[in-house]
Design a protein around this ligand. Structure first.
Ligand SMILES: Nc1ncnc2c1ncn2[C@@H]1O[C@H](COP(=O)(O)OP(=O)(O)OP(=O)(O)O)[C@@H](O)[C@H]1O
Length: 348
């Protein structure tokens, strides 16, 4: 691998609490973020995502270990070199963090003013950035007059103003509706491609990872539990946390007529188990379900399903009902053939 853009080397972050106790927000993190890629860090609330991201621009410092960004040791940087590093690392936020009293153009100009850029150079640079994010008509509007998606475009243009090599994204689409989310992710993707910018984003949504990340790291209780190429991790998720993020990602739901009857344990000896089956790549479910019936004599009832793509590769989910007494045997059969299964409940 070529030199990584960001390298976490044995990073631990402790927060002292009252008395002798402490919170260990990050525990011995080793992670390389490749140059020019889009890397996603996914984890539940409190897993340590923000702490990890904030290490990259020096808003947090490691208690032990090193964070190397474009060859700078950020944790050990002086205030002056931290200022230089921050020019190379842009950041966008869930709630945009725009100044309400400044127009779109003035918000985007701000980092250039702070960096002491010549005033003659600021206006053309701002125009170029506004064009890049598609806000030419909104240049003189104030944040309150913009939609959420437009506000995030201003955030992106502002983060790009000083020509960073790395862009950090802190849940940048969490406050947006699905259509706007898709547009903002497409913009990030095109910036990554056209400027060769390294993007490191944190999210709690696997759909964001599926849509634009080529690399993913799963974080749980301050530890990286799984990391690698997105498609590889999606194809062979080893950790239960990764699997639970994956089974939720297709948005396939149990139909209402089943959902309202579902229970946590089998209500009768003839009950059926409702199972979500997730499949990736070339594992076609149809033959596997047909084989479960023909070879094992298990009848399978399909309740819902959808197929999507990661990059150009298929990724799908089915919800089926099958006889509860045959559940464990059926799950083993499907999992041995590369499908993921999760029991959602039982119906009588
Ligand atoms: N300044 C702080 N002082 C004490 N504890 C902190 C501090 N910042 C974070 N923590 C703790 O560290 C852990 C990780 O927090 P962090 O904000 O990094 O998680 P997260 O994955 O970003 O969560 P969320 O998605 O909810 O933002 C949590 O247990 C949190 O309470």
């Amino acid at each position: 691998m070529t030199e990584p853009a960001i390298s976490f080397q044995g990073v631990t972050r402790r927060y002292p609490q009252k008395g002798d106790s402490e919170v260990v927000a990050l525990h011995d993190i080793w992670l390389d973020v490749p140059k020019g890629a889009i890397t996603g860090i996914i984890g539940r609330s409190g897993a340590g995502k923000s702490t990890l991201l904030r290490m990259v621009n020096g808003l947090e410092r490691p208690s032990t270990g090193k964070v190397i960004v474009n060859d700078h040791d950020v944790g050990a940087a002086s205030t002056a070199s931290l200022r230089r590093i921050r020019r190379e690392v842009g950041m966008i936020f869930q709630h945009f963090n725009l100044l309400a009293s400044r127009t779109v153009a003035e918000n985007i100009a701000l980092p250039l003013e702070i960096a002491g850029e010549d005033s003659g150079k600021i206006a053309p640079r701002v125009t170029e950035l506004i064009e890049r994010v598609g806000l030419t008509e909104q240049a003189d509007r104030y944040p309150a007059e913009l939609s959420g998606g437009q506000k995030q475009r201003v955030g992106i243009a502002r983060a790009l103003a000083t020509g960073p090599r790395v862009l950090l994204s802190d849940e940048a689409t969490s406050a947006l509706d699905p259509d706007t989310t898709r547009q903002v992710l497409e913009l990030l993707h095109s910036i990554n491609r056209e400027l060769g910018l390294t993007i490191l984003l944190i999210t709690h949504e696997m759909a964001v990872v599926r849509d634009i990340c080529t690399q993913v790291a799963v974080i749980e209780a301050g530890r990286i539990v799984e990391a690698g190429d997105t498609y590889e991790v999606f194809s062979k998720p080893a950790h239960p946390t990764t699997r639970s993020f994956l089974t939720g990602v297709t948005g396939v739901a149990v139909p209402q007529f089943v959902a309202h009857r579902m229970q946590e344990t089998p209500p009768s000896p003839t009950a059926e188990a409702v199972v979500q089956i997730t499949f990736i790549g070339n594992h076609a479910t149809d033959p596997m379900l047909a084989r479960l019936t023909s070879e094992r004599g298990v009848s399978v009832n399909i309740l819902a399903g959808a197929i999507e793509e990661i990059g150009t590769k298929p990724f799908g989910s089915l919800i089926v009902a099958l006889p509860a007494p045959r559940l464990e045997e059926s799950r083993r059969f499907l999992e041995e053939h590369g499908l993921l299964t999760e029991v959602l409940g039982y119906v009588g």
